[in-house]
Design a protein around this ligand. Structure first.
Ligand code: HEM
Length: 225
């Protein structure tokens, strides 16, 4: 038990938990984007889907608490690791060895902070209805919460579009490095598959961000109304 504890106190143990919690969050973000794409099928599809999720309170709250727990562990460990790395190297290198490091890998802390700020804003906006409350309590013709109407209202506002697109930039950079790096941390290394593993991060990032940006811009440009 003590050995297990000291293992997870080590930098390797921290990275493994960071990678595992990251994988959990990425899976959520992929399913969230796929679910939201139902906006293209119209109000009935999206509102019924939202109602279906809300109609299972035990499952909903288990998932919410689980997701929150995973997110908190992920953020706390990321801060812990980055402070430790700074402590281990208090003086920055004079010559930066950035030739092999991608922009995404060098900006993980910055993209993580942008993403965290976006998520807090997003929850206050679409889950709590504290930001933009005018559209929060809408009900559709079938008596469901009008999530579709709320999104249409939100993304007709250029300021909201800018905030959501900024969040997507943070998400793109963060996922792009995080997915490939997690694959490596979790020990999936094979010379023949090296290029595939390296491409996994940018591919997942592109898929998720394109789906989300399509929703935002389709509404803003009036394609979905
Ligand atoms: C265009 C992009 C996005 C759209 C249109 C969108 C839409 C929504 C909507 C409509 C809800 C409220 C669902 C409901 O109350 O029934 C929601 C909740 C949520 N979203 Fe998003 N979302 C987007 C991007 C993201 C991203 C990038 C993340 C995470 C990185 C995220 C994380 C969450 C979380 C954690 C919740 C709370 C879930 C809950 O209430 O149980 N969303 N989103």
């Amino acid at each position: 038990m003590t050995r297990l504890f000291s293992h997870f106190q080590s930098s390797v143990g921290t990275k493994v938990i960071l990678a595992l919690t990251g994988v959990g969050l990425v899976i959520y973000v992929i399913f969230h984007m796929l679910g939201n794409l139902q906006v293209f099928e119209g109000p009935h599809a999206l509102n019924s889907y939202a109602a279906f999720l809300r109609d299972m309170p035990i499952l909903l709250w288990t998932a919410r608490i689980g997701l929150l727990g995973i997110a908190v562990v992920h953020v706390v460990l990321a801060i812990h690791l980055s402070l430790n790395n700074r402590r281990a190297r208090p003086i920055a290198y004079v010559i930066h060895g950035y030739r092999r490091a991608s922009i995404a890998s060098r900006t993980m802390a910055a993209s993580g902070i942008v993403l965290l700020l976006f998520i807090v804003f997003h929850l206050l906006h679409l889950t709590a209805g504290i930001i933009g409350p005018a559209s929060a309590g809408l009900i559709d013709a079938e008596g469901h919460r009008d999530v579709y109407g709320t999104l249409i209202h939100a993304f007709q506002n250029p300021l909201m579009v800018v905030v959501y697109l900024a969040g997507q930039v943070g998400l793109a950079f963060h996922l792009s490095h995080a997915v490939s790096s997690s694959v490596q941390t979790l020990g999936f290394e094979h010379a023949a598959l090296d290029r595939l593993f390296k491409a996994a991060g940018p591919s997942v990032a592109l898929l998720v961000v394109l789906g989300n940006v399509a929703i935002i811009l389709a509404i803003f440009l009036g394609i979905v109304r």
